[in-house]
Design a protein around this ligand. Structure first.
Ligand SMILES: Nc1ncnc2c1ncn2[C@@H]1O[C@H](COP(=O)(O)OP(=O)(O)OP(=O)(O)O)[C@@H](O)[C@H]1O
Ligand SMILES: [Mg+2]
Length: 474
């Protein structure tokens, strides 16, 4: 049942509409009836006053025959029953009946009221005519003397059809109002429920794992906000899922890479040992050559494991930095000295320039040395002979920025963002040949982040590379 909620809303609206309309209808009908009856009474009264005026003289003089005659004539013209009664209730004239045959009317409500207040009215059964009538009576006075009462009577059966017409008009109005209100209620229910249903369906699909689903509601107010929140939540979930997937991929890649990197030197070591076991053990020259190769590969294994250990140490906790005050210029110049041999071999130059006065920061000396050793090592490795390596230190507000630049082979654009990943190398074979594992920049990045610093790389193929690291002063 897809439209269950719409139906619920619609039914609730309908009940409300029906209650309101019928209560209104009841009061309107009542009020209209009252108004109509008052109008009839007022008309009867003004006519009765006129007739009373006409009959006043005859009453004063006691001319009963004339009274009876005029009563009949006037009643005929007005199409009403007219009764003339004296102050004691005796009938002096009546348009419908012989006065002598009629009972004393002093007990009639409208008559007593008229004698007392000048005007009276009531609705009751007429003994004379045997039907329900509406009566209106006015007193006829001369100076202070009460002469009698003129009474008008209208059969209720003449009033009721008109009231019924009023009822019918009100009823039709009511039905039209109900129909229109229900149509409007249906569309309002739909306009409220449809977006809610859309939100619900989207939420269900997101719950099932389809994070690409979004709600399209242009509605302002709470519903729009709800849809927006749901969309934001879906965005975040999607982002998180992508991150998780990426992390998972990185982790599997990492395990594969570690195994591979460790396996290569191990296989080589095993191969040399086996050769030695077979026969080479007796060949002195080969023996010492093989042993030095085996040592070289086990050293490599050691480096890789050291690198992996410092990476996981950095990843596990940032508290592994032992901060002391150190002068970056001094550290860099000292590190550069260690590369003199390597620079000389490739006939490369290294210069250090400074812009500012003080380059002291709070940092872990060993780790900062690792950062610059790695960056200088990269620049030497990936720059051809006669290349230039330039290190510049700059003071920037509360930061110290160091750039290690070279005019080497550069990094193709598509690799630039990935060189900080563990084991990532642009040219695997070449890098391995140069002794690289692809862990260097990854370690550098982790150390910089552990010092709340920033790292960025700019590079152009065949032009050179610039790695900038920024450390906060404290
Ligand atoms: N200055 C540079 N110029 C050109 N390419 C570079 C430079 N620095 C890094 N790269 C590229 O980025 C890759 C990753 O560098 P990274 O320092 O992490 O690893 P590596 O130098 O290959 O090995 P390791 O530093 O572990 O000995 C390198 O393999 C190289 O392709
Ligand atoms: Mg490196």
């Amino acid at each position: 049942m897809k439209n269950r909620l719409v139906l619920k809303f619609f039914s609730a609206f309908s009940v409300l509409i029906l209650i309101i309309v019928f209560v209104l209808n009841f009061f309107i009908s009542l009020r209209l009836r009252e108004h109509f009856e008052q109008k009839i009474s007022a008309e009867l009264k003004s006519n009765a006053v006129l007739v009373a005026d006409i009959l006043e003289k005859n009453l004063a003089e006691g001319k009963f025959e004339e009274i009876q005659q005029k009563t009949s004539q006037l009643a005929n013209k007005l199409d009403l029953r007219i009764t003339v009664i004296d102050k004691d209730g005796r009938i002096l004239g009546d348009s419908e009946q012989q006065p002598s045959l009629m009972a004393n009317h002093s007990d009639r409500l409208e008559v007593t009221e008229a004698i007392k207040n000048g005007f009276g009215q009531s609705t009751h059964f007429s003994d004379t005519l045997g039907i329900n009538m509406k009566y209106v009576a006015v007193r006829v006075d001369q100076s202070d003397r009460i002469l009698g009462v003129v009474r008008f009577a209208l059969p209720l059966s003449r009033v009721q059809p008109e009231i019924r017409i009023i009822y019918r008009v009100v009823l039709f109005g009511t039905i039209a109002a109900v129909v229109i209100a229900m149509i409007v209620a249906y569309f309002i229910s739909r306009s409220i429920i449809l977006p809610i249903r859309q939100v619900k369906e989207t939420a269900q699909q997101i719950a099932k794992g389809d994070f690409s689903k979004r709600v399209r509601i242009k509605n302002k107010g709470e519903l729009g906000e709800l849809a927006e929140s749901l969309n934001t939540m879906a965005d975040e979930l999607q982002q998180k899922m992508e991150n998780l997937r990426r992390l998972d991929r990185v982790r599997t890649d990492f395990v594969a890479n570690v195994s591979h990197e460790l396996k290569t030197p191990l296989t080589l070591i095993k191969g040399y040992i086996e050769t030695l076991q077979n026969k080479a053990i007796n060949d002195k020259a080969k023996l010492s050559k093989f042993i030095s190769i085996i040592k070289e590969h086990s050293d490599r294994l050691g480096y890789i494991i050291d690198d992996l250990l410092s990476l996981s140490e950095l990843e596990l906790s940032r508290d592994c930095v032992n901060r002391t005050e150190l002068d970056l210029q001094e550290v860099i110049e000292e590190i550069s000295l260690g590369f003199e041999q390597a620079l000389a071999e490739k006939k490369q130059s290294l210069t250090v320039s400074t812009h500012g006065d003080s380059f002291s920061i709070q940092a872990d000396r060993n780790k900062i040395e690792q950062v610059f050793a790695n960056l200088i090592d990269n620049s030497i490795k990936y720059t051809k002979e006669f290349g230039r390596i330039e290190i510049s230190l700059r003071e920037q507000d509360q930061m110290v920025c160091v750039t290690v630049g070279d005019n080497g082979i550069g990094i193709p654009k598509e690799h630039r963002d990935r060189v900080f990943e563990r084991f990532y190398r642009v040219d695997k074979a070449r890098s391995r040949e140069l002794g690289g594992t692809g862990l260097g920049l990854s370690i550098v990045k982790h150390i910089v982040l552990a010092h709340n610093g920033k790292i960025s790389i700019e590079s152009e193929l065949d032009r050179g590379t610039k790695v900038s690291v920024t450390f906060p002063r404290n």
